[in-house]
Write a protein that binds this ligand. Structure first.
Ligand code: AMP
Ligand code: MG
Length: 448
Protein backbone atom coordinates (compact mmCIF):
# COMPACT_ATOMS: atom_id res chain seq x y z
CA UNK A 1 0.00 0.00 0.00
CA UNK A 2 1.13 3.52 -0.64
CA UNK A 3 1.68 5.73 2.37
CA UNK A 4 -1.36 7.86 1.41
CA UNK A 5 -3.63 4.93 2.16
CA UNK A 6 -4.75 4.67 5.76
CA UNK A 7 -4.91 1.30 7.48
CA UNK A 8 -8.09 0.11 9.14
CA UNK A 9 -6.54 0.80 12.56
CA UNK A 10 -5.61 4.35 11.55
CA UNK A 11 -9.15 5.04 10.37
CA UNK A 12 -10.60 3.51 13.53
CA UNK A 13 -8.38 5.77 15.62
CA UNK A 14 -9.99 8.78 13.97
CA UNK A 15 -13.50 7.77 15.06
CA UNK A 16 -14.30 8.85 18.58
CA UNK A 17 -15.61 6.03 20.74
CA UNK A 18 -15.11 3.46 17.96
CA UNK A 19 -16.58 0.18 19.14
CA UNK A 20 -16.58 -2.57 16.50
CA UNK A 21 -19.06 -4.53 18.60
CA UNK A 22 -21.71 -1.78 18.60
CA UNK A 23 -21.03 0.61 15.76
CA UNK A 24 -23.69 3.25 15.03
CA UNK A 25 -24.77 3.36 11.37
CA UNK A 26 -23.54 6.95 11.06
CA UNK A 27 -20.04 5.81 12.08
CA UNK A 28 -20.07 3.10 9.41
CA UNK A 29 -20.78 5.71 6.76
CA UNK A 30 -18.01 7.93 8.12
CA UNK A 31 -15.55 5.06 8.32
CA UNK A 32 -16.21 4.12 4.71
CA UNK A 33 -15.82 7.70 3.52
CA UNK A 34 -12.32 7.64 5.06
CA UNK A 35 -11.53 4.22 3.59
CA UNK A 36 -12.26 4.82 -0.08
CA UNK A 37 -10.80 7.19 -2.66
CA UNK A 38 -12.04 8.11 -6.13
CA UNK A 39 -10.67 6.54 -9.29
CA UNK A 40 -8.62 8.86 -11.47
CA UNK A 41 -8.32 7.02 -14.80
CA UNK A 42 -10.18 8.78 -17.57
CA UNK A 43 -12.11 7.60 -20.56
CA UNK A 44 -13.14 9.87 -23.41
CA UNK A 45 -16.57 8.55 -24.40
CA UNK A 46 -19.03 9.26 -27.22
CA UNK A 47 -22.17 10.82 -25.71
CA UNK A 48 -24.37 7.81 -26.36
CA UNK A 49 -22.00 5.73 -24.20
CA UNK A 50 -21.62 8.26 -21.41
CA UNK A 51 -25.00 7.96 -19.69
CA UNK A 52 -24.48 7.36 -15.96
CA UNK A 53 -20.76 8.07 -16.05
CA UNK A 54 -19.05 10.71 -13.93
CA UNK A 55 -17.44 13.77 -15.51
CA UNK A 56 -13.64 13.80 -15.16
CA UNK A 57 -13.44 17.54 -15.81
CA UNK A 58 -15.62 20.62 -16.18
CA UNK A 59 -17.44 20.98 -19.48
CA UNK A 60 -16.71 24.52 -20.59
CA UNK A 61 -19.05 26.11 -23.08
CA UNK A 62 -17.18 27.01 -26.31
CA UNK A 63 -19.93 29.47 -27.32
CA UNK A 64 -23.10 31.11 -26.10
CA UNK A 65 -26.26 28.99 -26.07
CA UNK A 66 -28.40 30.17 -27.74
CA UNK A 67 -25.86 31.80 -30.03
CA UNK A 68 -28.24 34.65 -31.02
CA UNK A 69 -31.21 36.47 -29.59
CA UNK A 70 -34.18 34.58 -31.02
CA UNK A 71 -37.92 34.43 -30.89
CA UNK A 72 -39.66 32.32 -28.23
CA UNK A 73 -42.97 32.37 -30.17
CA UNK A 74 -44.47 32.33 -33.63
CA UNK A 75 -45.55 35.96 -34.09
CA UNK A 76 -44.31 39.38 -35.16
CA UNK A 77 -41.03 40.98 -34.04
CA UNK A 78 -40.73 44.73 -33.63
CA UNK A 79 -38.85 47.42 -31.70
CA UNK A 80 -40.37 47.48 -28.19
CA UNK A 81 -39.65 51.22 -27.90
CA UNK A 82 -42.96 51.73 -29.75
CA UNK A 83 -44.84 50.33 -26.72
CA UNK A 84 -43.99 53.50 -24.75
CA UNK A 85 -47.00 55.25 -26.33
CA UNK A 86 -49.36 52.90 -24.41
CA UNK A 87 -51.77 52.79 -27.37
CA UNK A 88 -52.59 50.09 -29.92
CA UNK A 89 -49.88 49.76 -32.58
CA UNK A 90 -50.37 49.54 -36.32
CA UNK A 91 -47.32 47.89 -37.88
CA UNK A 92 -46.53 47.05 -41.52
CA UNK A 93 -45.22 43.50 -42.07
CA UNK A 94 -42.07 43.69 -44.22
CA UNK A 95 -41.04 40.04 -44.41
CA UNK A 96 -40.80 36.66 -42.69
CA UNK A 97 -37.89 35.29 -40.61
CA UNK A 98 -37.74 31.49 -40.47
CA UNK A 99 -35.83 29.40 -37.93
CA UNK A 100 -32.39 28.38 -39.13
CA UNK A 101 -31.89 31.32 -41.52
CA UNK A 102 -30.87 34.89 -40.78
CA UNK A 103 -33.33 37.38 -42.30
CA UNK A 104 -31.55 39.94 -44.48
CA UNK A 105 -33.07 43.35 -44.46
CA UNK A 106 -33.96 46.21 -42.19
CA UNK A 107 -37.09 46.94 -40.23
CA UNK A 108 -37.89 50.62 -39.80
CA UNK A 109 -40.04 52.22 -37.06
CA UNK A 110 -43.70 51.42 -37.74
CA UNK A 111 -42.72 48.11 -39.31
CA UNK A 112 -42.45 44.53 -38.07
CA UNK A 113 -41.28 41.14 -39.21
CA UNK A 114 -43.26 37.92 -39.18
CA UNK A 115 -41.08 35.53 -37.16
CA UNK A 116 -41.08 31.83 -36.28
CA UNK A 117 -40.03 30.29 -32.97
CA UNK A 118 -36.23 30.00 -32.83
CA UNK A 119 -35.60 32.43 -35.70
CA UNK A 120 -32.85 35.01 -35.13
CA UNK A 121 -34.13 38.42 -34.01
CA UNK A 122 -32.70 40.96 -36.49
CA UNK A 123 -30.77 43.89 -35.03
CA UNK A 124 -33.00 46.59 -33.56
CA UNK A 125 -35.92 44.24 -32.80
CA UNK A 126 -36.37 43.05 -29.23
CA UNK A 127 -40.06 42.18 -28.76
CA UNK A 128 -42.37 39.54 -30.23
CA UNK A 129 -46.13 39.68 -30.19
CA UNK A 130 -47.56 36.14 -30.47
CA UNK A 131 -49.63 35.73 -33.64
CA UNK A 132 -52.81 34.86 -31.75
CA UNK A 133 -52.94 38.36 -30.23
CA UNK A 134 -52.86 40.40 -33.41
CA UNK A 135 -55.43 41.29 -36.05
CA UNK A 136 -54.15 41.19 -39.59
CA UNK A 137 -55.45 43.61 -42.20
CA UNK A 138 -53.66 43.18 -45.50
CA UNK A 139 -50.02 44.18 -45.02
CA UNK A 140 -50.67 45.52 -41.54
CA UNK A 141 -51.13 44.08 -38.06
CA UNK A 142 -52.71 45.69 -35.09
CA UNK A 143 -51.20 45.01 -31.61
CA UNK A 144 -53.60 45.63 -28.71
CA UNK A 145 -52.47 48.03 -25.96
CA UNK A 146 -51.14 47.01 -22.50
CA UNK A 147 -50.47 43.45 -23.62
CA UNK A 148 -46.69 43.48 -23.89
CA UNK A 149 -43.54 44.92 -22.43
CA UNK A 150 -40.37 45.57 -24.42
CA UNK A 151 -38.30 42.36 -24.54
CA UNK A 152 -41.24 39.97 -24.24
CA UNK A 153 -41.07 36.60 -25.99
CA UNK A 154 -37.43 37.00 -26.90
CA UNK A 155 -34.73 34.53 -25.80
CA UNK A 156 -31.43 36.20 -25.11
CA UNK A 157 -28.12 35.08 -26.53
CA UNK A 158 -26.26 33.07 -23.81
CA UNK A 159 -29.27 32.83 -21.50
CA UNK A 160 -28.85 29.05 -21.31
CA UNK A 161 -25.04 28.80 -21.31
CA UNK A 162 -22.37 31.49 -21.49
CA UNK A 163 -19.19 31.06 -23.51
CA UNK A 164 -16.18 30.24 -21.29
CA UNK A 165 -18.25 29.25 -18.27
CA UNK A 166 -18.49 25.69 -16.89
CA UNK A 167 -21.77 24.30 -18.14
CA UNK A 168 -21.19 21.17 -16.04
CA UNK A 169 -18.69 20.44 -13.29
CA UNK A 170 -16.24 17.64 -12.68
CA UNK A 171 -17.85 14.95 -10.53
CA UNK A 172 -21.34 15.37 -11.93
CA UNK A 173 -23.17 12.26 -13.05
CA UNK A 174 -24.17 12.31 -16.70
CA UNK A 175 -27.96 12.23 -16.55
CA UNK A 176 -30.17 12.45 -19.67
CA UNK A 177 -30.51 16.24 -19.21
CA UNK A 178 -26.74 16.65 -18.90
CA UNK A 179 -26.09 14.51 -22.00
CA UNK A 180 -28.43 16.86 -23.86
CA UNK A 181 -26.62 19.88 -22.45
CA UNK A 182 -23.24 18.57 -23.66
CA UNK A 183 -24.78 17.88 -27.07
CA UNK A 184 -26.11 21.45 -27.21
CA UNK A 185 -22.47 22.55 -27.07
CA UNK A 186 -21.70 20.57 -30.21
CA UNK A 187 -19.43 18.15 -28.34
CA UNK A 188 -19.44 14.57 -29.59
CA UNK A 189 -17.42 13.11 -26.72
CA UNK A 190 -16.97 13.78 -23.04
CA UNK A 191 -14.17 13.06 -20.56
CA UNK A 192 -15.38 10.62 -17.92
CA UNK A 193 -13.89 8.70 -15.04
CA UNK A 194 -13.62 5.04 -15.83
CA UNK A 195 -16.36 2.84 -14.38
CA UNK A 196 -15.70 0.82 -11.26
CA UNK A 197 -15.12 -2.89 -11.52
CA UNK A 198 -16.87 -4.73 -8.74
CA UNK A 199 -16.53 -8.48 -8.12
CA UNK A 200 -19.07 -10.29 -6.00
CA UNK A 201 -19.72 -13.76 -4.72
CA UNK A 202 -21.98 -15.54 -2.28
CA UNK A 203 -20.66 -17.79 0.45
CA UNK A 204 -22.25 -20.58 2.43
CA UNK A 205 -22.46 -24.33 1.92
CA UNK A 206 -26.25 -24.19 2.03
CA UNK A 207 -26.44 -21.82 -0.95
CA UNK A 208 -27.44 -23.29 -4.30
CA UNK A 209 -26.66 -21.76 -7.66
CA UNK A 210 -29.50 -21.57 -10.13
CA UNK A 211 -29.69 -24.77 -12.11
CA UNK A 212 -28.63 -26.97 -9.21
CA UNK A 213 -31.29 -29.40 -8.01
CA UNK A 214 -33.03 -28.44 -4.75
CA UNK A 215 -31.58 -30.04 -1.64
CA UNK A 216 -32.96 -30.30 1.88
CA UNK A 217 -31.83 -27.37 4.01
CA UNK A 218 -30.41 -25.50 1.05
CA UNK A 219 -31.65 -22.23 -0.47
CA UNK A 220 -31.17 -20.72 -3.87
CA UNK A 221 -28.73 -17.83 -4.05
CA UNK A 222 -30.68 -14.60 -4.31
CA UNK A 223 -27.97 -12.23 -3.07
CA UNK A 224 -25.93 -12.37 -6.27
CA UNK A 225 -28.95 -11.20 -8.21
CA UNK A 226 -29.89 -8.30 -5.94
CA UNK A 227 -26.24 -7.21 -5.72
CA UNK A 228 -25.86 -7.53 -9.49
CA UNK A 229 -28.95 -5.37 -10.04
CA UNK A 230 -27.91 -2.66 -7.61
CA UNK A 231 -24.38 -2.53 -9.09
CA UNK A 232 -25.72 -2.31 -12.63
CA UNK A 233 -28.00 0.56 -11.62
CA UNK A 234 -24.85 2.36 -10.42
CA UNK A 235 -23.16 1.81 -13.77
CA UNK A 236 -20.50 -0.55 -12.40
CA UNK A 237 -18.77 -3.22 -14.43
CA UNK A 238 -19.65 -6.41 -12.65
CA UNK A 239 -17.60 -9.56 -12.19
CA UNK A 240 -19.83 -12.41 -11.05
CA UNK A 241 -17.80 -15.02 -9.19
CA UNK A 242 -20.65 -17.35 -8.31
CA UNK A 243 -21.22 -19.21 -5.07
CA UNK A 244 -18.00 -20.08 -3.28
CA UNK A 245 -17.97 -23.17 -1.09
CA UNK A 246 -16.73 -22.96 2.46
CA UNK A 247 -13.28 -24.36 1.74
CA UNK A 248 -10.09 -22.39 2.40
CA UNK A 249 -8.54 -23.07 -1.00
CA UNK A 250 -11.68 -22.03 -2.88
CA UNK A 251 -12.16 -18.90 -0.78
CA UNK A 252 -8.52 -17.93 -1.15
CA UNK A 253 -8.68 -18.37 -4.91
CA UNK A 254 -11.89 -16.31 -5.10
CA UNK A 255 -10.56 -13.42 -3.01
CA UNK A 256 -7.21 -13.41 -4.80
CA UNK A 257 -8.77 -13.42 -8.24
CA UNK A 258 -11.32 -10.76 -7.24
CA UNK A 259 -8.65 -8.46 -5.80
CA UNK A 260 -6.58 -8.79 -8.97
CA UNK A 261 -9.44 -7.69 -11.20
CA UNK A 262 -11.67 -5.40 -9.21
CA UNK A 263 -11.75 -2.09 -7.38
CA UNK A 264 -14.19 -3.52 -4.86
CA UNK A 265 -15.34 -6.94 -3.72
CA UNK A 266 -18.78 -7.64 -2.29
CA UNK A 267 -19.42 -10.89 -0.50
CA UNK A 268 -22.51 -12.06 1.30
CA UNK A 269 -22.70 -14.43 4.24
CA UNK A 270 -20.17 -15.84 6.64
CA UNK A 271 -19.43 -12.71 8.65
CA UNK A 272 -21.70 -13.19 11.68
CA UNK A 273 -20.18 -13.96 15.05
CA UNK A 274 -21.29 -17.54 15.32
CA UNK A 275 -20.11 -18.50 11.84
CA UNK A 276 -18.24 -21.78 11.76
CA UNK A 277 -16.82 -21.10 8.33
CA UNK A 278 -13.58 -19.93 6.77
CA UNK A 279 -14.78 -16.70 5.18
CA UNK A 280 -13.66 -14.45 8.02
CA UNK A 281 -10.41 -16.34 8.48
CA UNK A 282 -9.60 -15.84 4.82
CA UNK A 283 -10.49 -12.13 4.90
CA UNK A 284 -8.10 -11.71 7.83
CA UNK A 285 -5.37 -13.67 6.11
CA UNK A 286 -5.56 -11.83 2.80
CA UNK A 287 -6.33 -8.31 3.89
CA UNK A 288 -6.71 -5.54 6.38
CA UNK A 289 -10.27 -5.99 7.58
CA UNK A 290 -12.50 -4.81 10.42
CA UNK A 291 -15.33 -7.03 11.67
CA UNK A 292 -18.31 -5.15 13.00
CA UNK A 293 -21.59 -5.54 14.71
CA UNK A 294 -23.50 -2.55 13.46
CA UNK A 295 -26.26 -1.08 15.64
CA UNK A 296 -28.88 -1.52 12.93
CA UNK A 297 -31.67 -3.74 11.76
CA UNK A 298 -31.60 -5.57 9.47
CA UNK A 299 -27.93 -6.13 8.80
CA UNK A 300 -25.91 -6.41 11.97
CA UNK A 301 -22.71 -8.22 10.99
CA UNK A 302 -20.37 -6.67 8.44
CA UNK A 303 -16.73 -6.92 7.45
CA UNK A 304 -15.04 -3.99 5.79
CA UNK A 305 -11.51 -3.30 4.66
CA UNK A 306 -9.09 -4.16 1.90
CA UNK A 307 -8.07 -7.39 0.26
CA UNK A 308 -4.49 -7.04 -0.88
CA UNK A 309 -3.47 -8.05 -4.34
CA UNK A 310 -1.08 -10.98 -4.39
CA UNK A 311 2.40 -9.87 -5.56
CA UNK A 312 2.77 -12.92 -7.78
CA UNK A 313 -0.48 -12.15 -9.58
CA UNK A 314 -0.39 -8.54 -10.66
CA UNK A 315 -3.64 -9.15 -12.47
CA UNK A 316 -4.05 -7.47 -15.83
CA UNK A 317 -7.05 -5.16 -15.63
CA UNK A 318 -9.06 -5.98 -18.70
CA UNK A 319 -10.73 -2.65 -19.44
CA UNK A 320 -7.90 -0.40 -18.33
CA UNK A 321 -7.25 2.71 -20.31
CA UNK A 322 -3.52 2.17 -19.89
CA UNK A 323 -2.94 5.35 -17.92
CA UNK A 324 -1.48 5.38 -14.44
CA UNK A 325 -3.47 3.28 -12.04
CA UNK A 326 -5.51 4.64 -9.26
CA UNK A 327 -3.33 4.32 -6.15
CA UNK A 328 -6.19 3.27 -3.90
CA UNK A 329 -6.90 0.16 -5.91
CA UNK A 330 -3.70 -0.71 -7.70
CA UNK A 331 -2.69 -3.11 -4.95
CA UNK A 332 -5.84 -3.61 -2.96
CA UNK A 333 -9.56 -3.96 -3.49
CA UNK A 334 -12.06 -2.52 -1.06
CA UNK A 335 -13.97 -5.30 0.68
CA UNK A 336 -17.61 -5.07 1.65
CA UNK A 337 -18.39 -8.28 3.52
CA UNK A 338 -22.17 -8.13 3.84
CA UNK A 339 -24.39 -10.30 5.99
CA UNK A 340 -26.07 -13.33 4.43
CA UNK A 341 -29.74 -12.53 4.93
CA UNK A 342 -31.19 -11.30 1.64
CA UNK A 343 -32.82 -8.12 2.95
CA UNK A 344 -29.83 -7.31 5.15
CA UNK A 345 -27.68 -7.44 1.99
CA UNK A 346 -29.88 -4.94 0.19
CA UNK A 347 -30.24 -2.60 3.15
CA UNK A 348 -26.52 -2.52 3.96
CA UNK A 349 -25.80 -2.01 0.26
CA UNK A 350 -28.16 0.97 0.07
CA UNK A 351 -27.12 2.47 3.38
CA UNK A 352 -23.36 2.05 3.12
CA UNK A 353 -22.01 0.37 -0.01
CA UNK A 354 -23.82 2.55 -2.53
CA UNK A 355 -22.57 5.87 -1.07
CA UNK A 356 -19.04 4.44 -0.79
CA UNK A 357 -19.09 3.25 -4.41
CA UNK A 358 -20.38 6.64 -5.57
CA UNK A 359 -17.43 8.22 -3.77
CA UNK A 360 -15.08 5.76 -5.50
CA UNK A 361 -16.71 6.66 -8.84
CA UNK A 362 -15.70 10.27 -8.20
CA UNK A 363 -19.31 11.39 -7.96
CA UNK A 364 -19.61 14.69 -6.13
CA UNK A 365 -23.41 14.79 -5.74
CA UNK A 366 -24.68 14.86 -2.18
CA UNK A 367 -26.89 11.89 -1.27
CA UNK A 368 -30.55 12.24 -2.20
CA UNK A 369 -32.43 13.80 0.72
CA UNK A 370 -34.71 11.64 2.84
CA UNK A 371 -38.39 12.54 2.44
CA UNK A 372 -40.92 12.94 5.24
CA UNK A 373 -44.07 10.83 5.12
CA UNK A 374 -46.86 10.18 7.59
CA UNK A 375 -46.75 6.69 9.04
CA UNK A 376 -50.11 5.00 8.52
CA UNK A 377 -49.46 2.70 11.43
CA UNK A 378 -47.67 2.50 14.76
CA UNK A 379 -44.12 1.08 14.51
CA UNK A 380 -42.19 -0.40 17.40
CA UNK A 381 -38.61 0.80 17.57
CA UNK A 382 -35.86 0.51 20.17
CA UNK A 383 -33.61 3.54 20.62
CA UNK A 384 -29.90 2.74 20.21
CA UNK A 385 -29.95 1.29 16.70
CA UNK A 386 -30.97 2.39 13.22
CA UNK A 387 -33.87 0.43 11.77
CA UNK A 388 -34.90 0.23 8.16
CA UNK A 389 -38.44 -0.90 7.47
CA UNK A 390 -39.65 -1.78 4.01
CA UNK A 391 -42.52 0.48 3.04
CA UNK A 392 -44.86 1.70 0.36
CA UNK A 393 -44.96 5.46 0.03
CA UNK A 394 -48.07 6.89 -1.60
CA UNK A 395 -49.99 10.14 -1.93
CA UNK A 396 -52.77 10.71 0.60
CA UNK A 397 -56.08 12.27 -0.51
CA UNK A 398 -54.77 15.73 0.44
CA UNK A 399 -51.65 15.21 -1.67
CA UNK A 400 -49.25 14.72 1.25
CA UNK A 401 -46.99 11.67 1.48
CA UNK A 402 -47.96 8.69 3.58
CA UNK A 403 -46.21 5.36 4.15
CA UNK A 404 -47.17 1.91 5.35
CA UNK A 405 -44.92 -1.06 5.97
CA UNK A 406 -45.05 -4.00 3.58
CA UNK A 407 -45.66 -6.75 6.08
CA UNK A 408 -43.20 -9.27 7.52
CA UNK A 409 -39.99 -7.39 8.24
CA UNK A 410 -37.81 -10.45 8.85
CA UNK A 411 -34.28 -9.92 7.51
CA UNK A 412 -34.62 -12.88 5.18
CA UNK A 413 -38.06 -11.98 3.83
CA UNK A 414 -37.41 -10.75 0.31
CA UNK A 415 -41.08 -10.57 -0.70
CA UNK A 416 -41.70 -7.56 1.55
CA UNK A 417 -38.64 -5.92 -0.04
CA UNK A 418 -39.87 -6.69 -3.54
CA UNK A 419 -43.20 -5.05 -2.71
CA UNK A 420 -41.65 -1.89 -1.22
CA UNK A 421 -40.85 1.34 -3.03
CA UNK A 422 -38.71 2.73 -0.22
CA UNK A 423 -37.28 2.25 3.23
CA UNK A 424 -38.57 3.91 6.37
CA UNK A 425 -35.45 5.09 8.20
CA UNK A 426 -35.85 5.05 11.98
CA UNK A 427 -32.80 6.81 13.33
CA UNK A 428 -30.40 5.71 16.07
CA UNK A 429 -31.94 7.70 18.92
CA UNK A 430 -35.55 7.36 17.78
CA UNK A 431 -38.14 5.35 19.76
CA UNK A 432 -41.61 4.02 18.95
CA UNK A 433 -43.53 5.71 16.16
CA UNK A 434 -47.23 6.47 16.67
CA UNK A 435 -49.72 6.13 13.83
CA UNK A 436 -49.99 9.51 12.10
CA UNK A 437 -46.46 10.57 13.06
CA UNK A 438 -44.05 11.72 10.32
CA UNK A 439 -41.06 9.50 9.54
CA UNK A 440 -38.06 9.74 7.20
CA UNK A 441 -38.17 7.64 4.05
CA UNK A 442 -35.49 6.74 1.52
CA UNK A 443 -37.15 6.26 -1.87
CA UNK A 444 -35.73 3.55 -4.12
CA UNK A 445 -36.35 5.48 -7.34
CA UNK A 446 -33.78 4.22 -9.78
CA UNK A 447 -31.37 2.85 -7.20
CA UNK A 448 -32.94 -0.58 -6.78
P1 AMP B 1 -25.04 -15.99 7.28
O1 AMP B 1 -24.82 -14.52 7.39
O2 AMP B 1 -24.07 -16.67 6.41
O3 AMP B 1 -25.18 -16.60 8.64
O4 AMP B 1 -26.46 -16.16 6.57
C1 AMP B 1 -27.64 -15.73 7.19
C2 AMP B 1 -28.84 -16.28 6.47
O5 AMP B 1 -28.89 -15.81 5.15
C3 AMP B 1 -28.89 -17.79 6.38
O6 AMP B 1 -30.24 -18.21 6.59
C4 AMP B 1 -28.48 -18.07 4.96
O7 AMP B 1 -29.02 -19.28 4.49
C5 AMP B 1 -29.04 -16.89 4.22
N1 AMP B 1 -28.21 -16.62 3.05
C6 AMP B 1 -26.87 -16.46 3.04
N2 AMP B 1 -26.43 -16.25 1.79
C7 AMP B 1 -27.52 -16.27 0.99
C8 AMP B 1 -27.71 -16.12 -0.40
N3 AMP B 1 -26.68 -15.88 -1.23
N4 AMP B 1 -28.97 -16.19 -0.91
C9 AMP B 1 -30.00 -16.41 -0.08
N5 AMP B 1 -29.89 -16.57 1.24
C10 AMP B 1 -28.67 -16.50 1.78
MG1 MG C 1 -23.41 -18.69 6.46
Amino acid sequence: MTSAVKSIDQIAAELQGYDPQALPAADVARFLSLLVTPVTDRLELPLFEALGRVLAEDVVSPFDVPPHDNSAMDGYAFDGAALASGTALQLRVVGTALAGKAWQGTVAPGECLKIMTGAIMPAGLDTVVPQEFVTVQGEHISVPPKLLQAGDNRRLRGEDLMQGRAALSKGELLTPARLGLVASLGMKTVSTLRPLRVAYFSTGDEILSLGEPPREGAVYDSNRYTVFGMLKRLGCEVIDMGVVRDEPALLEAAFTSAAAQADAIITSGGVSVGEADYTKTMMKKLGDVAFWRVAMRPGRPMAVGRILQAKSAPGPRPADSGSSQNNSTSNAAILFGLPGNPVAVMVTFLAFVRPALLQMMGCSAPPAPLLRARSQEAIRKKPGRTEYQRGTVSSAADGSLQVRTTGNQGSGVLSSMAEANGLIVLHHGQGNVAAGEDVDVMMFDGSI
